[in-house]
Design a protein around this ligand. Sequence first.
Ligand code: 5RP
Length: 218
Amino acid sequence: MTQNELKEAVGRAAVAYVPENCIVGVGTGSTANYFIDALAEIKGQIKGAVSSSEASVARLKSHGIPVFDLNTIDDLPVYVDGADEINHQLQMIKGGGAALTREKIIAAVAGQFICICDESKLVDVLGNFPLPVEVIPMARSHVARELVKLGGHPAYREGVVTDNGNIIIDVHGLSISQATVLETQINQIVGVVTNGLFAHRRADVLLLGTANGVKTIK
Ligand code: 5RP
């Protein structure tokens, strides 16, 4: 199977986790897009979605799925999203698509986080994928200097402005053994909006696309 076929398989499998008549949290990226397309097939059975990016809002609306403002809802049973890396503790690096802050907000509200990935994303140690950090533009150099002190090699993601009007710094060269500690340390740097480590709020379920089918890891 191709990587896209694996992504499609997990996107379809995630629909089984969506309760009837609910509002569902929807992530961002190519794997999440497959979930949105599969969700469209059962759109009559849900109230709608909240979304982690303008791109996913557009895709949801193109399918006729109502999109709600997170502030207007009080129950979000499930959030479905991809990841750039996930370890065996279901801690993740996210934000390759620059949507990490809204993703983290929705994940914080959701009852269950269902992560959907092809098997290339499962790693023993997080950090080979550069860790995205969303930063207030005027703090760019300050944050980069502080990230160097933490042992990383920061790189400004040229030409990218987040949906929140901020910039992204990608941190290379990290081998992340204590993900919750590093997540907190980076978030303490003044000027950081948030970072792409999802360790304090990790996934509850991983649907992993493999050549032998979709594996469920809890
Ligand atoms: C976007 C994300 C995505 O979930 C992550 O980049 C994975 O994307 P894809 O499914 O395209 O591999 O965190 O900010």
